[in-house]
Design a protein around this ligand. Structure first.
Ligand SMILES: [Cu+2]
Length: 299
């Protein structure tokens, strides 16, 4: 890997674009620094930092994940491949107050209401269509995590109840890259809306996703089938009968305020929607039932 002059000088958009262009999920052997980054890198006091995110891959199927048990802290790009038939996501849950995965398993057994306060929704990667891959990026702090799939099949049993969860330990890393990439667009989630800093366009763009609310939210990005609406998607998930009215193309699972994440959307012209299924903090209803959807056209 090339040395990068300083953390703050990383020309993150270019670096990220280059990384996203790499086929597969292998660790890049080299990264490109731009002239701008080199010129701006005079701040000699900053430690040399790795600009590239750590690449971490999970494969999901009915009803398990394949993936690492231990990864280093810092900027991390998660790749999720669905090798199954149903939809799956990687929901990270940060286990605070010294809690372990065993504690989480115990708590999950009869989790009817909201999760315990020490189990903090921490983003991850939202579903690709079966057979496809989605990615998302965040700066991960050291600690104990659970990797969980809350997606339900037609039987309305969350996959976690079928054993779809595993522990993930994030270890401290002396040269962790904690610099967030520079996004093209910011998406703010709140009770109960999606707000884009500017419209999404055809082609690739890096989206920063922020939560402006006290409770967790998520974004599932959907490429709508011809003539279908995001409301159709909200209705379809109730019984999952007939062909799906759209195709999931990623997004960020539930996360709390302050835990910003990033994902790339590579869009072709057409109709798209965003939807949130997180259960409401007050009444437990999925946020879609509070109107947390949006639909837009990409020209
Ligand atoms: Cu929500």
């Amino acid at each position: 890997m090339n040395r990068v002059p300083s953390k703050s000088s990383i020309h993150a958009t270019a670096a990220v674009a280059a990384l996203l262009a790499l086929a597969g999920c292998t660790k890049p052997e080299a990264q490109t620094t731009t002239d701008t980054a080199a010129k701006a890198g005079a701040a000699a006091s900053a430690p040399a930092a790795a600009a590239a995110p750590n690449m971490v891959s999970f494969t999901a199927k009915e009803f398990s994940f394949e993936g690492p048990d231990t990864i280093p802290a810092g900027l991390t790009m998660f790749h999720l491949t669905d090798a199954g038939k149903e939809l799956h996501h990687v929901q990270l849950v940060k286990l605070e107050e010294g809690k372990t995965f065993a504690d989480y398993q115990t708590a999950a057994k009869d989790m009817k209401g909201p999760p315990p306060a020490w189990a903090v929704p921490y983003g991850g990667v939202n579903p690709p269509a079966p057979g496809a891959t989605t990615t998302a990026m965040q700066v991960l702090e050291p600690g104990n995590y659970a990797v969980v799939c809350f997606v339900e099949g037609p039987d309305h049993v969350p996959h976690m109840a079928k054993g779809m969860m595993r522990p993930l330990t994030v270890t401290p890393s002396a040269n962790a890259n904690t610099t967030e990439p520079t996004a093209d667009v910011t998406l703010t989630l709140s009770d109960y809306t999606f707000t884009l800093s500017k419209p999404l366009v055809a082609g690739k763009q890096l989206i920063k996703v922020e939560n402006g609310a006290a409770q967790p939210h998520e974004v599932v990005l959907i490429q709508l089938a011809p003539g279908k609406t995001i409301e159709d998607v909200g209705k379809w998930v109730l019984d999952m009968k007939g062909p799906p009215p759209g195709k999931p193309i990623g997004g960020i699972p539930a996360f709390v305020k302050g835990k910003d994440s990033f994902f790339e959307a590579d869009l072709t012209p057409g109709e798209y929607g965003m939807i949130c299924f997180v259960p409401d903090a007050k009444d437990g209803k999925p946020h879609v039932q509070h109107g947390m959807t949006t639909q837009f056209k990409v020209g």
